[in-house]
Design a protein around this ligand. Structure first.
Ligand code: HAM
Length: 417
């Protein structure tokens, strides 16, 4: 049999109710954690001027080179569906003068993001991130606090087998000398490098550490590592972050080969990976981006944050959340239209009183309505009889008794069974 004529576009998916409830549990848990720590919610548009991402995320990144959904609007402006949230939040921070507020400004968000990647398990073209950013603090406390928020979310949700990897890229100045050393090493070992890595020795040498190519990985094992070259304040900052994580009891492993797919990172970078996931094992990650606000035209402003993939969390948790049963189904006997109206009014009154209540919208007879009540797991059924009287049936015991119609709401709210 032929499939349906229209399907969700490649790399996208529908979130059906069982999964949507699981997703809501994740978002609610994150929302509560953000609120308790004072990370206020923010939402930015789904698309931005293309240049924001080119400047913010970086011309040499895969995201900007290959993965953006870019289009021209009717006025000839180049727009891009947001591939990530941090550049847009920094744009909003500047646009709304948030640098004048008490610093740091602590923000959180959740929403859809778009990357034209090759779809596979855990990698989609439209996906959802939730994230936190602390803008305007260079204190290692901000690094440790934001990392702690994601650790707390993962623990609270009960995501199994998660490991935190930690690294540091140093400040931009300090990194320059290291990058020259790394480029020289890559050139000296060019024969062992994948073509993609070779082509990007000048543009993005750090990505060599991220290559899947066997031979490249072999060559990179002996490459100079940035964490081993950290000096002065960079080394101090990294040591303080580690000390704070130790004190908070957050376990981590230093990963000298850790790099990230965005150009804005400075100093601390981190990644939470889950052994349960396949190739796309990163649940969430982030780091410091002390140069980004300046890059976007603001004053030098240190910042740190992360984003987690909602779908990755869902895959790792592998759970569906069933609908909870309804409190009451209001059924009607007889064909009188007036009966349906009585049912609608009563259901409305019950809902206002905080009770979940449904009525039949399918034109079913009484037998069909009772069947439907059973299907949706209603605990009790009110049957509005033709004479204006009412019966209350307990679906578990099957017990049924008359209740005066005027007392139904009080009866049902007084004892929810
Ligand atoms: P990112 O590492 O590119 O960082 O993405 C964050 C998370 O989004 C990843 O760890 C992953 O869970 C999820 N993710 C990314 N791409 C996909 C995809 N194609 N399909 C499904 N999930 C995906 C950022 O975006 C930075 N803005 C994070 C950050 C915030 N850094 C500082 N502040």
């Amino acid at each position: 049999m032929a499939g349906p004529k229209y399907q969700a576009p490649r790399g996208t998916f529908d979130v059906l109710p069982d999964a949507a409830r699981a997703r809501r549990r994740i978002e609610d848990a994150a929302g509560a954690i953000f609120a308790r720590a004072g990370y206020e919610p923010i939402a930015t548009p789904s698309f931005e001027d293309t240049e924001l991402f080119e400047r913010g995320v970086g011309h040499s990144t895969d995201i900007v080179r290959k993965e953006m959904f870019t289009f021209e609007d009717k006025g000839g402006r180049s727009l891009t569906l947001r591939p990530e949230g941090t550049a847009a939040i920094c744009r909003a921070y500047l646009e709304h003068g948030m640098h004048k507020l008490a610093q740091p400004v602590k923000l959180s968000y959740v929403g859809p993001f778009f990357r034209h990647e090759r779809p596979q398990a855990g990698r989609y073209r439209q996906f959802h991130q939730l994230g936190a950013e602390a803008i305007g603090s260079d204190s290692p406390l901000a690094d440790a606090e934001t990392i702690g928020l994601l650790a707390e979310l993962i623990a609270e949700l009960g995501v199994p087998g998660v490991e935190l990897r930690l690294g540091s890229l140093g400040s931009l100045d300090a990194r320059r000398a290291y990058l020259e050393e790394l480029k020289a090493y890559l050139r000296a070992n060019e024969a062992e490098l994948a073509r993609e890595v070779r082509e990007r020795i000048d543009a993005n040498p750090l990505r060599a550490f991220d290559s899947d190519d066997e031979s490249t990985r072999g060559a990179m094992a002996a490459a100079p590592k940035l964490v081993e070259r950290l000096e002065g304040e960079d080394a101090e900052h990294f040591a303080e972050v580690r000390g704070l994580l130790d004190a908070a009891g957050i376990a981590y492993a230093i990963d000298p080969t850790l790099v990230r797919g965005l150009d804005y990172y400075t100093r601390t970078i981190f990644s939470f990976v889950c052994g349960r996931l396949g190739a796309q094992s990163e649940i969430g990650g982030g780091g410091r981006y002390d140069g980004l606000i300046e890059q976007l035209g603001g004053a030098p402003t240190p910042a740190v944050g992360w984003a987690a993939g909602v779908e990755r969390l869902m895959l790792a948790l592998d759970e569906e959340v069933a609908a909870s049963g309804r409190d009451v189904f209001v059924a009607v006997a007889g064909e009188e239209p007036q009966q349906r109206l009585r049912a609608m009014v009563l259901a409305g009154d019950l809902r206002k009183a905080g009770i979940s209540a449904e009525i039949d919208l399918g034109g079913r007879g009484l037998k069909g309505q009772l069947k439907q009540a059973d299907r949706i797991g209603a605990r009790r059924v009110v049957i509005l009889e033709e004479e204006g009287s009412a019966l209350l049936r307990d679906m578990q015991s099957g017990e049924q008794r008359p209740v005066a119609p005027g007392e139904l709401v009080a009866e049902l709210t007084g004892d929810r069974g």
